[in-house]
Design a protein around this ligand. Structure first.
Ligand code: FAQ
Length: 351
């Protein structure tokens, strides 16, 4: 079946001396038709420059969030209260590194390189999620991150599995499965604490008090201040607005908090029969903007640690590159030798 997608892989050069302006219009029309038909745009397809730039911006920010997000939880690996909890936490932190790698790979299909993206992160030219600029003060914070931060991430990311850009959408499928497991481990951890001693319960409540509002900020600015939402939704990169997803998250969390026996720190939180949703209090957008500007409690610590990890890992990257190079040349020599041998055998056979 001829789909709208078969048309955009050709480049102007392949099309010969045809009128370039007319071709540009045709490519754009084919791209719009593919998006409208809910087809996936793939790396070799023609796409508008602004669509490519938006994807690089969002995927890079997402990838950076995954790897910076390792830090607050890794802070507790050595102090996890049991071997079981330590093993679970190590696996989770490792998963986040894996998510970063899938996402950097997805960004690379758009013609950028991982080095370039990391350089932009390290020099402050690209963002990572505001949430990771808050400290993990107690063990209960590991639970609150799993329940609320991974929970918010899933709410935001499940619709991204239907993103119009193929490599990003496919990466999100696997990431969401893992995040869902992370969310449950956080929930189970908090439930254990909440049902434990009064001190443990208090620790769980304190963590929820500190992580609730920053988790709501993860969804981005309110719709009327979100500069990218409208265009990203037209391109079907985003499927829902920031406020829609934030509302969905609040509605999911309220009954979960009741089961946990914990209170969400918002006196204005109540069910609105008419809207069929929970009303909730005003988010402190000044705090959000300050964190984005670099003035959150841990911004400096996070980026310093990231730069240090990158510098200290230089020898690993060099060793891996040297190993790959050695194997490529060995393979080339071996393949050459095999071809020569085969040639000799052929020669013998011919003789
Ligand atoms: N933090 O016009 P919009 C995770 C920026 S992964 C920092 O609404 P957009 C896993 C935004 O970039 C968490 N910056 O933008 C995990 C833009 O600035 P720019 C990360 C924010 O793109 C769990 C400006 O504000 N998830 O947690 C934030 O349409 C546990 C205007 O905003 C993703 O990245 C923020 N919270 O919508 C790991 C999901 N919000 O770029 C470890 C993919 C907004 O013009 C442990 N991303 N900004 O300079 C998205 O869905 C979108 O990019 C939004 C923002 C929804 C974040």
């Amino acid at each position: 079946m001829a789909t709208a997608a078969h048309r955009i892989a050709r480049t102007p050069e392949e099309d010969g001396p045809a009128d370039e302006a007319a071709l540009a219009v045709a490519y754009e029309a084919a791209f719009d038709a593919a998006v409208a038909a809910d087809e996936r745009i793939e790396p070799r397809d023609w796409m508008p420059d602004a669509y490519r730039a938006t994807l690089v911006r969002q995927i890079a920010q997402h990838a950076h969030s995954e790897i910076i997000g390792m830090q607050p939880e890794a802070n507790w690996i050595t102090r996890a209260p049991s071997l079981r909890r330590k093993a679970i936490l190590m696996a989770k932190v490792q998963d986040e590194a894996g998510h970063g790698l899938y996402l950097y790979s997805a960004a690379e299909t758009l013609g950028t390189s991982r080095d370039e993206l990391l350089d932009k992160l390290h020099s402050g030219r690209q963002k990572y999620s505001s949430i990771f600029n808050y400290p993990t003060l107690t063990w209960a914070d590991v639970g609150a991150i799993g329940w609320l931060v991974d929970g918010a991430a899933i709410t935001n990311q499940v619709p991204l599995c239907r993103c119009s850009y193929g490599p990003y959408a496919r990466a999100m499928v696997r990431i969401c499965k893992e995040e869902s497991f992370h969310q449950r481990q956080g929930y189970e951890l908090l439930l254990t604490l909440s049902r434990g001693t009064p001190e443990q319960h208090e620790m769980a409540q304190d963590a929820v008090n500190r992580w609730w509002w920053p988790s709501l900020m993860m969804f981005g600015p309110p719709d009327d201040q979100s500069q990218h939402s409208a265009q990203s939704m037209t391109w079907k990169i985003k499927r829902h607005s920031n406020d829609e997803l934030r509302q969905r998250f609040v509605d999911i969390c309220v009954p979960q908090a009741e089961t946990l026996g914990l209170t969400l720190p918002d006196p204005d939180l109540r069910w609105n029969e008419e809207r069929g949703h929970h009303d909730f209090g005003e988010i402190d957008w000044t705090e959000f903007r300050e964190v984005l500007k670099g003035n959150g409690p841990c911004n400096e610590q996070r980026i310093t640690q990231r730069r240090r990890a990158h510098d200290e890992g230089a020898w690993v990257r060099e060793a891996a590159a040297a190993y790959a190079e050695k194997h490529t040349s060995k393979d080339t020599v071996q393949n050459g030798a095999t071809r020569a041998n085969n040639g000799a055998k052929d020669g013998e056979a011919a003789a």
